[in-house]
Design a protein around this ligand. Structure first.
Ligand SMILES: Nc1nc2c(ncn2[C@@H]2O[C@H](COP(=O)(O)OP(=O)(O)OP(=O)(O)O)[C@@H](O)[C@H]2O)c(=O)[nH]1
Ligand SMILES: [Mg+2]
Length: 128
């Protein structure tokens, strides 16, 4: 399957989350080497999640997601925060599914080294 046909669910998801003006959009642009998101000194510039599928070496096919600040305020701000939280949940779910898949593959193959790495990841970061 060509890289640009990889389904979203099989891509590594990379999200940028944080307070307004923290530099999320700048970081996303720097990581991707593209001007994907508008950057400005005005707090709350990003008002909707911006996602882009691309190939990012050495990872391969990825989906990068920039999000509105999680400290936004007011009626509109609350809606933006909700969108950011949804994006965070989506990424965590993808991570859970990927982790379960790797663990399953490792147990089938009985590869102790792989299991050890997973154990280390789980031990270090809690449930992965
Ligand atoms: N000094 C400094 N300024 C930065 C850095 N990264 C971003 N900025 C500046 O910080 C301001 C906010 O950057 P953005 O990337 O728009 O921040 P953001 O987190 O996307 O902001 P929102 O979209 O409002 O949530 C801009 O004026 C950037 O030029 C950095 O590493 N150092
Ligand atoms: Mg932004």
């Amino acid at each position: 399957m060509a890289l640009n046909q990889t389904p979203a669910g099989e891509r590594v998801h990379i999200g940028f989350f944080g307070r307004r003006n923290a530099g999320k959009s700048s970081l996303m642009n720097a990581v991707t080497g593209q001007e994907l998101a508008v950057v400005s000194e005005v707090k709350g510039t990003t008002t909707d999640p911006v996602s882009k599928t691309m190939e990012l070496l050495p990872l391969g096919p990825v989906m990068v997601i920039d999000t509105p600040g999680i400290d936004d305020e007011g009626e509109l701000g609350d809606l933006r925060v909700r969108k950011s939280r949804k994006a965070i949940q989506q990424i965590l779910q993808e991570a859970d599914e990927s982790c379960a898949k790797i663990a399953e593959q490792a147990s089938q193959k009985k590869e102790e080294a792989v299991k050890a790495v997973i154990g280390k990841v789980v031990g270090t970061y809690g449930s992965c």
